[in-house]
Design a binder for this molecule. Sequence first.
Ligand code: AGP
Length: 607
Amino acid sequence: MCGIFGYIGKQEAAPILINGLKALEYRGYDSAGLYVVGAGCVKAVGQVKNLEAKVGDGLRGSVGLAHTRWATHGVPSEVNSHPHSDCEGKIWLAHNGIIENYGELKAELIAKGHKFASATDTEVVAHLIEENLKEGISFSAALLLALKTIRGTYGLVISSVHEPEKLYIARKGSPIVLGIGDGENFVASDPSAIVPHTKRVIYLNDGEWAELTADTYQLYDLEGAPIAREPQVIEWSVEQTKKGGYDHFMMKEIMEGDNVIKNSIRGRLNEETLEVKLPELDVVADKLKDIKRIIITSCGTALYSGMVGEYMIEEIAKVPVEIEYASEFRYRSPIVEPGTMIISITQSGETADTLAAIREAKRQGALVVSIVNTVGSTIARESDAVMFNQIGPEIGVASTKAFMSQVTLFALFTLYLGKLRGTIETEMYTKVVQEIMALPEKIKTILSKEAEIKVVASKYAKFDDFLFMGRKYTFPIAFEGALKLKEISYVHAEGYGAGEMKHGPIAMIDENFPTVALALSDTVYEKMVSNIEEIKARSGKVLAIATEGNSTLASLADDVIYVPETIEMLEALLAVVPLQIFAYYIGTGRGYDVDKPRNLAKSVTVE
Ligand code: AGP
């Protein structure tokens, strides 16, 4: 989730570009750069202020583009930060998204003599336009040809010495917003960077591109046909625009759920061949064939994603798995025998307990593979292989979109491992892949019930104690749902395996102690119904999460929230979404800042 900003007008571009990047820094950054037409390009690792210090007032000019990078491929470095250029430094561009076929395009261009400076996918686009220009066609025709050649997603802003009085922008899968000023135009990845200059904006749609001058703009489709579109006026404050119009990052990130799945599988699941590819694991593939045991170790929500992964891996890949709280692992003299693999999961990549756990495991000779959202983080660097989430930074302290991505990557890893070890039938493999591809639409269906879930939450807002119970693939979701509620509403909530009710917890149940029961239509549904009946027999209120089409629970539970059907192995990804929204509305209903809950930090870098 990088930040893009462009300016074309009559003012000095460099300070406007720097301030534009600062407005986008909340989206995550590890490096930044800018290019001013006729003056040159400056890049810097770290915060935008490092770039600002480097630029000083040395870049004079009134047209330029800039970029803050949140690395998904290639470590954070000056050479990998944007803008990128062609061989001769005549075409400069900044990019958001992933060019999926950049490998083959780069090889073709190198064969034609192009010299590449970076390890990024983005740089391919500049060389592609340069190569197309050799046909003697216009710049816009060369750009259009390039846009039709690349596969994947892009939000692009492009400048060329061939047409120094113009900027080009293009969008497919990564947002690009055009800000219409008076004698000047602005471009950004989201309106929060534009609002300080103008509130008149045009959102490009996928497959659209535009040509800008200081005083004009013209949109086109990929066939080159002009598109007429009037600007709309943004009503939001700057702060609200950073949250996409939501009151909190947490809700914005919950609402990204469908795109989180798409971004997590991007470049890893071929929708034509239904093949899962994890090239980042090829370096350890031989070892994965021979592992005898997997230890999954992490903290909090990340560990709960690992608990889902445990069930997936044992069911499909037939490798023994055990779950370890990272905060316990290194203190309890663990035995890590040869052939053991550690999987750690971490959004920040800096959690002290998780880092200590993988260091102890490595000391004992274990192979360490991690699922990490932050490229360049300590745990990413100390792992033998890393699967990056590719979902942009998670700002809200309560982990929501990261959890969705972590479970999705476990599903992909399970298929990869099962195929590698020959433990999964082709029919099952294909079925799971198809169901993964169907997840984004199913999650959108649940997200569309936000208002309904808000009403249900208001019915339970008065309670100070909650039990969350689930079984099998929703067993971890009982813990995750309870944690979400605890950490943003400070309400006492216990996650439990439903099978444990009779061993003690049911003693707590009465009319003041409601239960959230995860009762999806799966192999343990009947057992869950029995547990719900036990709760009801003790005057306990029950909010059930059920599968669409279930006609029983409405008469048994006090409230039911329905989620679409999917295979049991993936149901955790649907069951958790209502619980995220439920927790959000209980927490906001109590007047708390759910993005920054008391006593909590986004990354726990201390033991
Ligand atoms: C989850 O909502 C919490 N913020 C917390 O449990 C978090 O998942 C845990 O601290 C692990 O953080 P990490 O993913 O950055 O390692």
